[in-house]
Design a protein around this ligand. Structure first.
Ligand SMILES: *Cc1c(COP(=O)(O)O)cnc(C)c1O
Length: 385
């Protein structure tokens, strides 16, 4: 088998990392090892540690190796969902331990922390992580983890990852970055000092809206062992078919993201010039208050664009009038989607907190896909008042 050089570039790694032709047949594509168990030649003598598929499965391992290379991490760990990945990290801690979390994080993460894990005795503080001082002030001796998201959903807040890593390093706590919105093509948190880069691979990594999945990467071997132990003990592993689909998705991540970046920027510029729009929120526009920071730590800005239409009725009518942008939650697939976060993805966030962050009923979120840009523009134009 030909050995892969680790210093290859992103697009080459997307296609080749983590995979070798199947040693028994030479099949160029990693097989879907659709099996729950593995036959052992003697008692407690599994071949290469393959004893049971909750612990190890070759298809999942190929995905993990591929993804780790894209995030510039030593270890990749795959899960049944993005939330299962985040949960597994926090379950490495104990009752009494404290976690600091970005306040505008994905609604499901807020729910996991406040409604499930806090019942088990873990403490959570929610802060605006755009302000490093607020994170510093929220630190306690029991703080084990700072969990940030950048850009955030749907307000596109940017967290300064190098500044955050300095704080967590000094405090001897871990920094976990939800990199779902940017994808490793645009931003690599581990290279900026984060301990863990976590994803809902349901979104850009898989990219075809046909699985639910999670992935995380780290360079810390002890931490990786601990997280794998939690995964094996709690069971949030992906099925081999889903791992295989995700691996098919990551092979085209670089070309998909290039187009998402182009289309996202084009749509953001167009919307900014439209009279019906009060505000366009996109980290790649120089009107974004943290544009300079976004440019510093991201190489592209992806396809996520939020717009403030000023009132709930206009927002609802717009979201229901597009013909190519389908009205659905989720993001990051090849097809364009549109949603009203306050009434959909963020409905479970308390109304006062939502309003305070700007997630009003007049806010519409677009996941700009990779269709022909002129069709997307025409679709938006006919749907706007
Ligand atoms: C979707 C999403 C999650 C949750 O992932 P699932 O795969 O749905 O469990 C977490 N973070 C972000 C930013 C997301 O968009």
């Amino acid at each position: 088998m030909k050995k892969l050089n680790k210093n290859l570039r992103f697009g080459t790694l997307s296609i080749h990392a983590g995979q070798e032709p199947d040693p028994t047949t030479g099949a160029i594509i990693t097989p879907i090892f659709q099996t729950s168990t593995f036959v052992q030649p003697g008692v407690a003598e599994p071949i290469d540690g393959y004893d049971y598929a909750r612990v190890k499965n070759p298809t999942c391992e190929a995905l993990e190796g591929n993804f780790a290379a894209l995030e510039k991490g030593e270890h990749g760990i795959a899960f049944s969902s993005g939330l299962a990945a985040i949960e597994a990290v926090v379950k490495c801690f104990s009752a009494g331990d404290h976690v600091i979390c970005e306040e505008n994080t994905y609604g499901g993460v807020t729910r996991l922390f406040t409604k499930v894990l806090s019942n088990l005795g873990l403490d959570f503080s929610f802060v605006d992580t755009r302000d490093a001082n607020k994170v510093q002030q929220a630190m306690r001796p029991s703080t084990r983890l700072v969990h940030v998201e950048t850009p955030t959903n749907p307000m596109m807040r940017i967290c300064d990852l190098e500044a955050m890593a300095e704080i967590t390093r000094d405090a001897n706590t871990l920094l976990m970055v939800d990199n779902t919105f940017a994808s490793p093509y645009n931003q690599q948190p581990l290279t900026l000092g984060a301990d863990i880069a976590v994803h809902s691979s349901t979104k850009y990594l898989n990219g075809h809206s046909d699985i639910i999945g999670g992935l995380l990467a780290t360079n810390d071997s002890d931490l990786a062992d601990h997280i794998r132990f939690v995964r094996k003990s709690t069971g949030g592993v992906p099925g081999p078919m889903d791992a295989w689909l995700c691996l098919r998705g990551t092979k085209t991540l670089h070309i998909r993201m290039e187009r998402h970046n182009q289309n996202g920027l084009a749509v953001a510029h167009y919307l900014e010039s439209h009279k019906a729009i009060k505000q366009v929120i996109y980290p790649g526009l120089d009107s974004h208050p943290q544009y300079e920071l976004a440019k510093k730590q991201m190489s592209g800005f992806s396809g996520m664009v939020s717009i403030d239409l000023g009132n709930p009725q206009t927002a609802r009518t717009f979201a229901e009038s597009t013909r190519i942008f389908q009205l659905a939650e989720s993001l990051g697939g090849v097809e364009s989607l549109i949603s009203v976060p306050a009434l959909q993805t963020h409905a479970s966030v308390p109304a006062d907190l939502r309003e305070q962050m700007g997630v009003t009923e007049g806010l519409v979120r677009l996941s700009v896909g990779i269709e022909d840009i002129d069709d997307l523009m025409e679709d938006i134009e006919q749907a706007l008042p």
